[in-house]
Structure formats: C-alpha cells, structure tokens
Design a protein around this ligand. Sequence first.
Ligand code: HEC
Length: 157
Amino acid sequence: MKLLKKISLGIIIVLIAMQFFSPTKNISAGNHTAVFIEETNPSPELKKIFETSCYNCHSNNTEYPWYNNIAPISYLLADHVKEGKEHLNFSEWENYSIDKKDHLLEEIEEEVVNGNMPLSQYTLFHKDSELTANEEVKLVEWVRQTRIIYQLGKQPN
Ligand code: HEC
C-alpha cells in the first residue's frame, strides 16, 4: 500500500511538472494553402471540408482546441501533426513533383473512402469533420479530374 501511494504521488508530480512544458505550435500566418487551392481548384464545399477535416494535421497551421493546453495531450496532438505533415502537407504543395501530387491525390481518395481519414481520434472530438457519403462522392470526382490534369501535364521522359 505504501509503495502504491509513493508511485501515485510520483505520477502526480510528473504530470504537474509536465504542465510547465509544451511542444512548439504549428502556426502560420496568411494564406498558406493558396497554391494547393489554385492548382487543384476544389469547389467551395470541398475547400471547406479540407479546412474543417484535414488542415489541422496536414498543413502548416493548426487550430488548437483548449485541451491542447494540457500535457500530455499537447504532445499527442503535436505528434499527429508532425506525422501527418510528413505524409502530406497542403501548405507545401508547390514543393511536390507532379508525380508526387498525382500519387498524393490517389492516397487522399483511398484514405477517405476507406474511412482512415480524418483519424478516428480526431472525428471523436470534431464531429463536424466526418465526411458524409455525398461529400465523399464529390471528393472522389475532384480527385479523378485533378489527377487527369496532372497526368496530362507530365513531361515525357
Ligand atoms: C488528427 C490528425 C489528422 C487529420 C485530421 C487528418 N489526418 Fe491524414 N494523416 C494523419 C497521420 C498521423 C498520418 C500518417 C499515419 C497514418 O497513415 O495513419 C496521415 C496520413 C494521411 C495520408 C497518407 C499519405 C501517405 O503517404 O500514405 C493521407 C492521404 C491523408 N492522411 C489524408 C488526409 C485527409 C484527406 C484528411 C481530411 C479529410 C486527413 N488526412 C485528416 C493525421 C491526420
């Protein structure tokens, strides 16, 4: 019992100490996804979906919820953002090759249609970020049209 008390106290102290530290925030001013929007020309409806459901983890600007002020939640969120951006960053669209853009669009369709994205840990707290069946159809249509443009734009080897 005594040992258990010591362990609990230890955990509480660590949790309190953690509150004094927080990971660097992912924040960018300005229109950081302008190139992506201009190139791929999503409808206003799809644009809104990206803003609500994807940019928080896949762009250079995250809108943080209040509970991000609590460690270790802040670290878990920072990790999602870091990993999400490594795979796909809508704010860095101009730096991807045409092949990469084409491939990422294919992945976007796959991840959304298979229900992997947005992450379930995210939709749990952001109910409005889940895509309806109708929104999915529109996303898939946009992916296919945009991929054709990239494929036509490919340079012959
Ligand atoms: C809560 C954070 C979060 C949100 C919101 C989110 N993602 Fe992700 N996404 C991740 C993480 C983390 C990974 C990498 C690990 C994995 O695949 O689970 C990832 C991976 C991906 C990949 C895979 C890329 C590859 O190279 O395989 C695609 C595509 C993707 N996300 C698209 C989306 C789209 C589209 C949305 C919005 C509809 C979205 N994500 C919303 C965190 C997120």
